[in-house]
Every structure is written in C-alpha cells, then in structure tokens.
Ligand binder design. Structure first.
Ligand code: SAH
Length: 232
C-alpha cells in the first residue's frame, strides 16, 4: 500500500515539475518568436515577460494555450491581451525601476504583474468586483507584494495615489478620461486604446511635457470596452 502511494506521489511530482519546465520553455519561445522577432527590444520588458508565469493567470482549462500568440477569455466576458500587446504597451511607457504606475483594467492581474517586475509600485483598478478580487488573491499567492488592487471605476483614476509616472489603460475607451491625464506626472506617459464602441481602436500614447499634452497614434488594436458604473 505504502509503495503504491509512494509511486503515485513520485509520478505526480514528476508530472508537475515537467509541466513547469514545459511552461518555462514555452515562455522562452514566446519571448523569442512573438516579441524579440517583432519589435520588442526593451530588455526590462522582455525579462518581465520571461519571468511572469502567464499560465497561472488564465483559466485552468486554457493553461496549455497560455503562451499562444493571441488573447484568451478570463471570465465575465473579459480577455487577457495577446502577449505581444502586453509587451508593446509596457515597452511604450519607457519604465524605470523607481516608477509608480497606474493600470486601469486589472482583469486577470497579468499585466499588473508584468509592470510590477519592472517598477517600484503598481496601482490597478478593476470595475468587475469578481475579477478584481480573484486577481488580488492570485497576485498575493505569487508574492507580488508591490501591487495594490482597487475595485471601482477607473474613469476617475486613483486620486489618493496620484500623480503617476505612467498610466496604462487596458480597456478600449471612446475618449481619454481627463482625470487620468491630470493624474499623470510632468514628463509622464500614458497608453490607452481609443476609438468607437466595439470598433477598431488606436493605441494612443499621451505625453505630458512642460504642461503640454501630446497625443500620438501607435497602432490599430481591438480591446474589450471601457465600461462605466451605472449610477454615473
Ligand atoms: N489587463 C488585464 C486585461 C484587461 S481586460 C489582464 O492583464 O488580464 C479589460 C479589463 O478592464 C476588464 O477586466 C474590465 O472589466 C476592465 N474595465 C472595463 N472598464 C473599466 C473601468 N471603467 N474601470 C476599471 N476597469 C474597467
């Protein structure tokens, strides 16, 4: 009897450790083929994408697809962005280790984890309570201790923690929320998908220099919509 249990335990531990090795190899392959071979060259971004276990941020039945070149459903009608888009938006913010970053649209928590590998602190706001709470748990479990999750409408940003060195919005907005621009530091950068409801949107880079706000369209993208609380 003991021997049966022992053999089973051995097989189980081999299985899981082989799984981990498998995911690491898939992650290395993702970084090489989907990121480096395209236009992601920022080393901090590549390193973060190599480190964060994306398979732990997708539903269990989709783990095997975690490192494929596309977005995946995460429940509540929401999606985790394609790895390339996560890396592209991260790279565009020109992050530094001392930065404080605001993310709107926590979703699975994956993008927040990627940001937190590079910067000092990440503040992330999610409007769907269920998603926000489970992302918070997931991040705690993986020891991401420099991320704070808040449930609320990201349209208002996070005034108490402002200003931010960088802001990333991961839901498609029809307009740029003015309060987010206000909460950007002098010299700060914000990236946000902007465009018509459910249509193709443009990833817009907003910069604030000497008080002047500049907008630059970077590329066409598809994103789940930025929603608002009903009472507002
Ligand atoms: N960054 C996420 C993916 C985000 S999908 C990840 O890495 O997994 C977009 C998310 O934005 C969804 O979870 C959606 O609920 C959220 N969202 C939409 N409108 C919002 C708003 N006004 N404030 C905060 N979050 C919002």
């Amino acid at each position: 009897m003991y021997r049966v249990i022992f053999v089973y335990a051995l097989l189980f531990s081999m299985g899981t450790s082989m799984g981990q090795v498998g995911f690491k190899a898939q992650r290395e392959n993702m970084v090489k083929t989907q990121l480096r071979n395209r236009d992601i060259s920022n080393e901090a971004t590549l390193e973060a994408m190599l480190n964060v276990p994306r398979h732990l941020f997708v539903p269990q039945n989709l783990r095997e697809l975690a490192y494929t070149d596309g977005p995946l459903p995460i429940g509540e009608g929401q999606t985790i962005s394609q790895p390339y888009i996560v890396a592209y938006m991260t790279q565009a913010l020109q992050l530094r280790p001392n930065h404080k970053v605001l993310e709107i649209g926590t979703g699975s928590g994956y993008q927040a984890a990627v940001l937190s590998e590079i910067v000092d602190s990440v503040y992330t706001v999610e409007i769907v309570e269920k998603l926000g709470r489970s992302a918070e748990k997931r991040l705690k479990k993986q020891d991401y201790n420099n991320i704070q999750v808040r449930i609320g409408d990201g349209y208002h940003g996070w005034p108490k923690k402002a200003p931010f060195d960088a802001i990333m919005v991961t839901a498609g907005a029809e307009q740029i929320p003015p309060k987010l621009v206000e909460q950007l530091k002098e010299g700060g950068r914000m990236i946000i998908p902007v465009g018509p409801h459910r249509g193709i949107r443009q990833l817009v880079l907003v910069t604030k220099k000497k008080g002047k706000i500049k907008h630059k369209e970077l590329m066409a993208v598809r994103f789940v919509p930025f929603t608002r609380k009903k009472e507002e």
